[in-house]
Unconditional design. Structure first.
Lengths: 285, 354, 295
C-alpha cells in the first residue's frame, strides 16, 4: 500500500477480525458445548453461548468412559488418543526417514534404474490413498496385517511428498561443500550424517509438522481397516459416536472428544508455526 | 611436499552422443615446493585442470602424478592434497575449529594432535579468536583464512587454490595475496593456484602457466612471460594496459601500414606481413617519432595513459604524469627503441625469434 | 537452481540400499493396489470371492449409463467448483488485508492458520453440530430469521453444509499461499505503478492479480483435488452422502459401492476413473506451473 490511508487500514483490520471470528466461531461453539451437560444442550436448544460448569465431568467421561444419563455406554477416548499419537509419530518419522534416504540417493548418485525409480516415486504423488482404498485393503489383508499398527501406518508412508521436498532442498546445497568433504576424506554416508542432516534440520521440522497432522487426521483408511476398537484413532472414533441421531447423541461428550482430537495437531502447528509455514510454501515450489 | 607432474592430459565432456574436448593435451612439471599459477580467461580449462589434479574430475587421457605416484585412479582423499575453494566451502553448521578438524577426524588422528595442529594453523593465520564461531558470523576475508587453515592443517603434499580471491573486495584481495605469499615462504608446500587475474599471477607465482582454450600457451617465470611472450595471446593477456598489437608490412628497415610509412633504426626479422607488439611504457613522446593522433588522455595519478591511433590502429602510450599532457586531436610523435619491439607471425600468432 | 548435481558419489550398491525402503513400500502399497484396481475394474466379481469373469469395459459402460453415477459426477463438479472458488476468494481477500496491516500480521496469521490442523472428519462433526436441525445454534438462528433448516431432508442445504465445512478448513491453506505470493511481489513494482498513476483498485487487478496467477492456478488445482478426495471424511461425518444421494461425491460413492453395496467391480472402475482425473489434473498443473518463469 503506497498511499497512506488510515481508513483503509481500519477496514483491513475489520475484515481480518471478522475473518478470524468466523473461522474461530465453530471452535468456540465446540468448546462451550463441551463444558455443558447433554441435557443442557438438547433441552435448552439453542444451547447457551456461555460456558457451562460441566467441564471436568464431561472431559472425564470422554477420556475414561462412563455412562450417559440414559444408561448407554460411552467408550473411553484416552486409548484412541494413544493410537492416534502412535500412528502420527510412526507415519511422520517413517516417511521422513525413508524419504531422506531415497532423496539422497536420487540427488547424489547415478545408478542404473535411477530414472525408473524416480518416476515410480513421482507417480505416487498423484494418487491419494482414497483412490486405491479397496485394493490396498486387500493387499494389507493378504499380508496378514489387519488390525495392526503396521497395517495402519505403512500404506500411508507410500507417497512421495517428503522425497520431493528433500530432493528440492538437497539440490540447493552447494556442490563445493560436497567436494570439500570428499577431499577431507568423507564417504557418502559420513557426508550424509555430518553435513547434509544438520543442514536439513529446518526441512525436517517442517515436514514433521505436515506429516504429523496428516497421520493424526487420517480417517478413511482406519475406518476401513480396523475392526478392533482398541486400534481406533480418535479422528475416526469420533464418527462412531454420532450414531444416535440428533437428540440421541451425547453432544457434550462428542464436542469434548472433538476438542481433544484437535488439540495435539493444533499445538504442533502453533509451536512450530515458523517451520510449518516455510515447509508448506517451499514444498510446492 | 612433492613434485607434481602433468603429462599429456586430455579432458572430454560427454553430452548425449556428442563429445566435447575441453583440454587438448597439456603437460607441465611442477618442482617440489614451487608456487605455480595457472592463469587464463574464463572457460580456458584452468579450473578443470585443477579439479583433475584434485580428483574431482575424471582424467580422460594422459597422466597426473603427485610425488612419484600416478594418481589418475586414486580418490581425492587419498591423494594427500588440500584445496581452497572460491566460495570457501566451509561447513556452515560447524564451528571454525570443527571445520578445520573435520578431515583429521575422519583420518582418525588422535584428539590431542588435532588440537595442536588446528591451533598452530590458527595462529599462523591469526584466526585463534574465531575458533568457536560459526562461518556465518565471520566476514569474507576471515572465512577465506579459515578455508586456508583447513588446508594447512592437513599438512598435504600439494595445495590447490581455485580462484580463492575472486569473492573478496579489492582491498582484501591485495591483503590476502600478501598473506598467501608469506604463507608459502613459511611452509614451502608445492602449490597450484588458479586465477583469471593476471595481477595475481604476476605477483604470486614463481612460474606462470598461461592457458587459453584448453591449451597451454606458455610456461615461464613472470618476468619471462612479460618480457618475451610466446604468442599474441600471452602478449595481450599479461600486462595492464595490454600490449599494443597491430599488423604491419615490413621490408628491411621500413614498415608500412594503412598508407603510412616508418623507418626503423633496426630491421625487421623477416620481410612481409607481421604483427608488431609494443608495450605502452616502451613508447616515448618525441617530436621526430612516428605520428600518432591523440584521442583521449587519462590521468592515473603517477602516470598518464594517452589513447590514440597510430596509422589507424588503436594505440596506448604510458607516460610519466609530470610531463606535459597532449590534448585530444593533437598529433604526437612516438619513439620506440627497436629492442622493445615484439614480432609475431600473423598466421600462427606465435613469436618470431629475433 | 540446478536440476542435476555436478558432484556424484561413485558407489555402486549403496544407492540401491538407500532407495530400497521407499521402493519396497511404494511397490507393495501403491503399485500393487493400483494395478489391482485396474485389473478388478474389468472383472465382474462375485461379492463373496466365488467366481470372477472378465467383462472388458462392461463395468465402465454400466457406470456411464447409470443415472446415479452421472448424478454423482455432477454433484462432485458443483461441489468442487464451489469449494474451490469460495475458498480461494475468501482466502485472497484475507491475505490482501493481512498483507496491508503492519501490526498484528503474525497474530492474524496464527489465528487464521490453525484450522489446517483440524481433521476433515472433525470439521464435519463441528459443522454438523452447529447446523443440527434440533440442537444446532445456527439452525436455530436461521429459523428465527424465517429460514427452515433441515439438511436431513433438503438436498441443497446438505450440499451447503458440506461446502461450508470444506471451505472453512481450506481457507488456512489458501491463505498461507496467497500471503506468501503477495509478499514475494517486489514492492518496487507497486511503487512504479503508483507513480504511473494507477489507483489501488486498478493496481490490484492489473499488477498484483496477474503476478499472483501462478499461485492462484496452483491453488485452484490443489483445491479441486482436495474437494475430490480429502472431503470424504466431511461427507461421511456430516451427511453420509444424503439425503438420498444428494451429497454423494464421487469418492464417497466409490467407497459406498465397494464396501456397503459390495459392487467390487463397479467400485474398482470408479477408482480407475478417479485415478484418471487426478492424473490429468496433476499433469495439467505440472505443465502449467513448470512453464511459468519466476519473476
Amino acid at each position: 500500500m503506497v498511499e497512506r490511508r488510515p481508513v483503509m487500514t481500519l477496514v483491513a483490520h475489520l475484515v481480518l477480525i471478522i475473518g478470524v471470528l468466523l473461522v474461530s466461531f465453530p471452535l468456540y461453539v465446540t468448546l462451550v458445548a463441551s463444558t455443558q451437560t447433554s441435557e443442557q444442550i438438547v433441552q435448552q436448544a439453542p444451547m447457551s453461548l456461555l460456558p457451562g460448569s460441566n467441564l471436568i465431568d464431561t472431559y472425564r467421561a470422554a477420556l475414561f468412559g462412563g455412562q450417559t444419563a440414559s444408561g448407554s455406554r460411552i467408550s473411553p477416548v484416552a486409548p484412541m488418543l494413544k493410537v492416534s499419537f502412535i500412528c502420527a509419530m510412526v507415519i511422520a518419522l517413517g516417511k521422513i526417514s525413508i524419504s531422506m534416504l531415497s532423496a539422497f540417493a536420487f540427488v547424489y548418485f547415478r545408478f542404473p534404474g535411477r530414472t525408473l525409480c524416480f518416476w515410480m516415486v513421482f507417480i505416487t504423488l498423484m494418487l491419494p490413498v482414497e483412490v486405491r482404498i479397496g485394493p490396498t485393503y486387500q493387499v494389507v489383508a493378504g499380508l496378514g496385517l489387519l488390525n495392526t499398527y503396521a497395517g495402519l501406518t505403512v500404506p500411508l508412508i507410500a507417497s512421495a511428498t517428503a522425497t520431493f521436498l528433500f530432493r528440492q532442498f538437497f539440490l540447493t546445497v552447494p556442490d563445493e561443500l560436497t567436494e570439500a568433504s570428499r577431499i577431507d576424506g568423507a564417504g557418502p554416508i559420513r557426508f550424509f550424517i555430518d553435513v547434509l542432516l544438520p543442514l536439513s534440520a529446518t526441512s525436517i521440522a517442517a515436514l514433521f509438522v505436515i506429516q504429523f497432522i496428516y497421520g493424526w487426521n487420517q480417517y478413511l483408511w482406519p475406518l476401513l481397516f480396523t475392526t478392533d476398537e482398541s486400534k481406533y484413532p480418535i479422528v475416526m472414533g469420533i464418527r462412531r459416536m454420532l450414531g444416535g441421531g440428533d437428540a440421541g447423541n451425547e453432544w457434550n461428550v462428542v464436542m469434548a472428544t472433538a476438542i481433544l482430537a484437535m488439540l495435539p495437531p493444533a499445538l504442533v502447528v502453533l509451536l512450530m508455526q515458523k517451520w510449518f509455514v516455510k515447509g508448506l510454501v517451499d514444498a510446492e515450489k | 611436499m612433492a613434485s607434481l607432474s602433468i603429462r599429456d592430459v586430455v579432458k572430454d565432456y560427454r553430452a548425449g552422443l556428442r563429445v566435447n574436448r575441453v583440454i587438448h593435451g597439456v603437460s607441465a612439471e611442477v618442482a617440489d615446493g614451487e608456487f605455480i599459477v595457472i592463469v587464463g580467461p574464463s572457460g580456458c580449462g584452468k579450473s578443470t585442470l585443477l579439479r583433475m589434479v584434485a580428483g574431482l574430475e575424471e582424467i580422460t587421457g594422459g597422466q597426473i602424478a603427485i610425488g612419484q605416484r600416478v594418481v589418475n585412479d586414486i580418490e581425492p582423499a587419498e591423494r594427500d592434497i588440500a584445496m581452497v575453494f572460491q566460495n570457501y566451502a566451509l561447513y556452515p553448521h560447524m564451528s571454525v575449529f570443527d571445520n578445520m578438524a573435520y578431515g583429521l577426524k575422519i583420518a582418525r588422528v588422535p584428539r590431542d594432535e588435532i588440537a595442536v595442529r588446528v591451533r598452530r594453523a590458527a595462529s599462523i593465520l591469526e584466526i585463534e579468536a574465531f575458533l568457536d564461531r560459526k562461518p556465518g558470523q565471520l566476514s569474507g576475508g576471515q572465512r577465506q583464512r579459515v578455508a586456508m587453515g583447513r588446508a594447512i592443517v592437513r599438512e598435504p603434499q600439494v595445495f590447490l587454490f581455485d580462484e580463492p580471491l575472486s569473492n573478496l573486495d579489492a582491498r582484501l584481495r591485495a591483503q590476502t595475496r600478501i598473506e598467501i605469499r608469506k604463507l608459502h615462504a613459511e611452509l614451502g608446500v608445492t602449490s597450484l593456484f588458479v586465477t583469471h587475474d593476471q595481477v595475481e599471477a604476476m605477483t604470486l607465482a614463481q612460474r606462470v602457466i598461461v592457458m587459453n582454450a584448453g591449451l597451454i600457451e606458455q610456461i615461464g617465470t613472470p618476468e619471462e612471460i612479460y618480457r618475451a611472450p610466446e604468442s599474441t595471446f600471452v602478449a595481450g593477456f599479461i600486462g595492464a594496459p595490454p600490449m599494443n598489437l597491430m599488423t604491419v608490412r615490413g621490408d628491411g628497415s621500413s614498415l608500412s601500414r594503412a598508407g603510412c610509412e616508418w623507418s626503423l633504426s633496426g630491421s625487421v626479422p623477416r620481410a612481409g606481413d607481421l604483427i608488431m607488439g609494443v608495450r605502452p611504457e616502451h613508447a616515448r613522446l618525441d617530436d621526430r617519432g612516428w605520428p600518432m593522433q591523440v584521442e583521449l588522455v587519462e590521468l592515473l595519478g603517477a602516470e598518464r595513459l594517452i589513447h590514440g591511433r597510430l596509422a589507424d590502429a588503436p594505440f596506448i602510450v604510458r607516460t610519466d604524469a609530470r610531463l606535459a599532457a597532449p590534448s585530444a586531436g593533437q598529433i604526437v610523435g612516438l619513439d620506440i627503441a627497436p629492442e622493445s619491439l615484439h614480432w609475431f607471425d600473423p598466421t600462427s600468432q606465435k613469436r618470431i625469434p629475433a | 537452481m540446478a536440476i542435476e548435481k555436478r558432484v556424484r558419489f561413485g558407489n555402486r550398491w549403496l544407492p540401491w540400499l538407500l532407495v530400497a525402503p521407499q521402493m519396497v513400500v511404494v511397490t507393495i502399497f501403491f503399485f500393487w493396489p493400483a494395478g489391482s484396481a485396474l485389473y478388478q475394474s474389468v472383472l465382474l466379481e462375485d461379492a463373496f470371492g466365488g467366481s470372477s469373469q472378465f467383462v472388458g469395459l462392461d463395468n465402465f459402460n454400466r457406470l456411464f449409463s447409470d443415472g446415479s453415477y452421472l448424478a454423482s459426477f455432477r454433484t462432485t463438479a458443483v461441489f468442487s467448483l464451489l469449494v474451490a472458488s469460495c475458498g480461494i476468494c475468501i482466502a485472497l481477500l484475507l491475505a490482501v488485508m493481512a498483507n496491508r496491516v503492519i501490526r498484528g500480521a503474525t497474530l492474524y496469521t496464527t489465528l487464521l492458520v490453525w484450522p489446517y490442523a483440524v481433521a476433515p472428519a472433525i470439521a464435519g462433526v463441528l459443522w454438523l453440530f452447529m447446523f443440527a436441525p434440533s440442537v444446532g445454534i445456527v439452525s436455530h438462528a436461521l429459523r428465527s430469521l424465517g429460514i427452515e433448516w433441515n439438511h436431513l431432508l433438503n438436498g441443497n442445504q446438505a450440499m451447503a453444509l458440506i461446502i461450508m465445512a470444506a471451505v472453512w478448513k481450506q481457507i488456512s491453506y489458501n491463505f498461507l499461499f496467497f500471503l506468501a505470493g503477495l509478499q514475494s511481489i517486489p514492492k518496487s513494482l507497486i511503487e512504479a505503478a503508483a507513480i504511473d498513476g494507477a489507483r489501488p483498485w486498478h493496481r490490484f487487478w492489473t499488477i498484483v492479480f496477474p503476478l499472483l496467477s501462478p499461485t492462484t492456478f496452483f491453488l485452484l488445482v490443489i483445491n479441486i483435488v482436495y474437494a475430490f478426495f480429502d472431503t470424504f471424511a466431511i461427507v461421511d461425518a456430516a451427511t453420509q452422502g444424503g439425503p438420498g444421494k444428494d451429497t454423494a461425491i464421487l469418492v464417497y460413492k466409490a467407497y459406498y459401492d465397494g464396501f456397503k453395496a459390495m459392487d467390487l467391480g463397479g467400485s474398482a472402475a470408479q477408482s480407475v476413473i478417479l485415478m484418471a482425473i487426478v492424473i490429468a489434473l496433476t499433469v495439467v498443473q505440472f505443465r502449467y506451473v513448470e512453464r511459468r518463469v519466476q519473476y
